[in-house]
Design a protein around this ligand. Structure first.
Ligand SMILES: Cc1cc2nc3c(=O)[nH]c(=O)nc-3n(C[C@H](O)[C@H](O)[C@H](O)COP(=O)(O)OP(=O)(O)OC[C@H]3O[C@@H](n4cnc5c(N)ncnc54)[C@H](O)[C@@H]3O)c2cc1C
Length: 378
């Protein structure tokens, strides 16, 4: 049996997050657009609502609601602020490797703090020499007594300016095939934050760098087996990372459609609303279709994840479709608004900028196509 409906608990949760977003995030959107960074009060509100721990099991202090609920939260928040949704999505991406690959001690030490928001996480893979190709990274680890010593620079990291817990991928300088993943706290010796990055959109979410200069990492902070860390990082990015981008994209498409429908019903030309024009209707129909297809792909993948099934291919397809559709829908929405669509303070212009920042995050569309083609070819 295939059931395409949300449970009552999921519907209630959606309403709860929508109310939270209206009261705690919507009033801060203008300020976040101006400051372009994460807002302290918004971060605090997210912690209070325990949204960082949506999918962390209750035994570790999380809400224990699973990955469909996580997608619901990200979609609802992104309807108002794709930037805040992106921030929350990457907090989750930093949690996943500890949840999935951490040992009991690591889970006990980190998950309760990550559930309450006392600890805020991110994943640090990207470097100047390694984005789509993570094997190109140059950050190294070596073992010295009870510590690993890490050296390198990680760039383009969502939440780097606000997070205190970093899941970092590094390589063994003596073995080009060996990569390991570590949990690094911002108070470890040799850890430094680098410069902030200014993206064209997704404001309300801060992006930055970290510098590891003989950073001393206790051996008990190695995540998974030494030399097998590529899998730890990539499986989290493949499911939770790409799933999160779907959530941000869904919120964007949903609001673009709503704004476009409202505008086209109110805008009178030739004595009639422009929603009567076939060209406008074609765009609205395409946006509605894109929203439905993206939702089906995204929630199917998340429900497979809740059942413990492998779903990296399903998330790659959902990520590709949703983030490409968000960009196309943003252009159509701007077009529908005529000259009103290109003034800086309009929502559709803001969402157009946001939609373009979605593309590379958690893997570009080209990389999604490589993954999908590989599955098709077998
Ligand atoms: C807003 C934002 C947030 C981010 N947050 C994080 C984060 O929290 N942590 C983190 O580690 N990283 C983060 N990233 C980095 C992100 O993962 C990389 O941008 C992404 O993996 C692409 O890498 P790149 O930017 O180096 O582009 P490149 O890898 O240099 O790609 C350049 C071009 O080549 C194409 N290309 C590359 N390989 C192939 C191929 N095999 N076939 C066809 N085309 C190909 C790409 O599609 C792209 O068009 C973030 C990026 C952005 C924009």
């Amino acid at each position: 049996m295939i059931d395409f409906t949300f449970t009552q608990e999921q519907e209630d949760f959606r309403k709860q997050v929508a109310d939270f977003t209206a009261s705690k995030i919507a009033p801060k959107v203008k300020e976040m657009e101006q400051n372009k960074t994460a807002d302290k009060e918004v971060v605090e509100a997210i912690k209070q609502a325990k949204l960082t721990g949506v999918f962390i099991p209750k035994e570790y202090g999380g809400l224990g609601l699973g990955y469909v609920a996580r997608l619901i939260a990200l979609e609802e928040i992104a309807k108002v602020s794709p930037g805040v949704s992106m921030m929350l999505q990457i907090f989750g991406l930093g949690i996943e490797p500890i949840l999935k690959s951490g040992n009991d001690d690591q889970k006990q030490r980190y998950l309760p703090g990550l559930s309450s928001g006392e600890k805020l996480a991110t994943v640090a893979v990207t470097e100047t020499t390694g984005g789509s190709d993570p094997t190109g990274i140059e950050t190294t680890y070596t073992k010295e007594g009870n510590y690993y010593i890490l050296n390198g620079r990680k760039i383009m990291l969502t939440n780097a300016p606000v997070a205190n817990t970093f899941v970092v991928l590094a390589k063994d300088p003596n073995n080009p095939k060996a990569f390991s993943t570590f949990i690094i706290e911002d108070n470890f010796e040799g850890f430094k934050r680098g410069k902030d990055w200014n993206e064209i959109g997704l404001h309300g979410c801060s992006v930055g760098e970290i510098l590891l200069q003989n950073c001393k990492v206790p051996q008990e902070n190695l995540l998974g087996e030494e030399g097998k860390g590529m899998r730890v990082a990539m499986s989290a990015i493949g499911e939770v990372g790409r799933g999160g981008m779907v959530g941000v994209g869904l919120g964007i498409i949903s609001t673009l459609l709503e704004q476009s429908v409202n505008f086209s019903k109110k805008r009178i030309l030739y004595g009639k609303p422009i929603s009567n024009l076939q060209t406008i209707q074609n765009k609205l129909a395409q946006m509605k279709l894109d929203l439905e297809i993206s939702r089906l792909l995204g929630y199917r993948a998340a429900s497979m994840q809740d059942k413990g099934q492998r779903c990296d291919l399903e998330f790659a397809m959902a990520k590709y479709y949703t983030t490409e559709a968000a960009q196309k829908c943003a252009k159509m929405a701007v077009d529908i608004h005529g000259g009103y669509g290109v003034v800086e303070e309009s929502i559709v212009t803001r969402f157009l900028r946001d939609s373009f920042v979605l593309g590379p995050s958690a893997g570009t569309s080209d990389i999604m196509m490589v993954i999908i083609a590989r599955a098709a070819i077998g």
